[in-house]
Design a protein around this ligand. Structure first.
Ligand code: G3P
Length: 235
């Protein structure tokens, strides 16, 4: 089992899970998005963010703008950035009308605001985003490799290509987003990604990394045996 050098960020918006992960120092950072916040029942964006930021101070956390209008996105980005020094402001690569957010990314990035460019699915989008970024300002480029895989396409070669495109930008980190299984952590690292986001379900399975397969086979049959015993099966 090779050493893990990739940073693991927790993806979610359940405050208790986030605080627990922060206290146990089990992850290197956090990401949220509007859908995860809705799923977690967050009604007041700012209150949620500030409560989380009161606990998570040592590592980066991403909060996403949610307007569909570029001017309003900019206002939201500035407000979010003002809440703390450990924030990446998430800007979607385009709005719902398909308008590339490049000019806004370029503007905020040039001012030194840490950004996380999100909802990226193609190598072409990564090329466009890279053209808006500077090598001396920190940024994250989030490619939804899991959603690519959901379409039946293997994301590996595209992710390697994205890593190559971003290589000339030393302070830009490639993030493998929407992971689906523990294997994705190894794949992301092998592709040259700096960060992978994982859900709480995957965090719970991290102890499986590198587990001996004979031992796992034994665990599996033990579970079958225990469950059939508990059910009192007879044939
Ligand atoms: O937060 C971005 C990304 O990780 C969301 O993943 O599962 O909605 O494709 P998913």
């Amino acid at each position: 089992m090779k050493d893990l050098t990739i940073k693991i960020f927790a993806d979610g918006a359940n405050k208790d899970d986030m605080i627990a992960a922060s206290r146990s120092k089990s992850v290197d950072g956090f990401t949220t998005n509007p859908s995860l916040m809705r799923k977690a029942g967050v009604a007041d964006y700012e209150k949620f963010a500030k409560e989380v930021l009161a606990e998570i101070k040592d590592v980066f956390i991403s909060f996403e703008v949610f307007s569909d209008e570029i001017d309003q996105m900019e206002r939201e980005a500035r407000k979010i950035a003002s809440w703390g020094k450990n924030i990446h402001v998430k800007i979607p690569v385009q709005n719902t009308k398909g308008i590339f957010t490049g000019p806004l990314i370029k503007k905020l990035h040039a001012e030194g605001i840490p950004l996380n460019i999100t909802a990226i699915l193609t190598v072409e989008q990564v090329k466009n985003v890279a053209s808006c970024l500077r090598g001396d300002v920190p940024s994250i480029v989030s490619v939804f490799a899991g959603r690519v895989a959901d379409t039946g396409v293997d994301p590996i070669s595209a992710m390697k290509e994205c890593a190559k495109i971003l290589k000339p930008l030393p302070k830009c980190e490639l993030l493998w987003a929407s992971s689906r299984e523990v294997l994705n952590i190894i794949q992301a690292q092998d592709c040259g990604c700096h960060i992978i986001t994982v859900t709480n379900d995957i965090i719970k399975k991290l102890s499986m990394l590198g587990k001996d397969l004979n031992e796992l086979s034994l665990d599996t049959v033990k579970t079958f045996f225990e469950d059939s015993t508990k059910s009192g099966f007879k044939i």
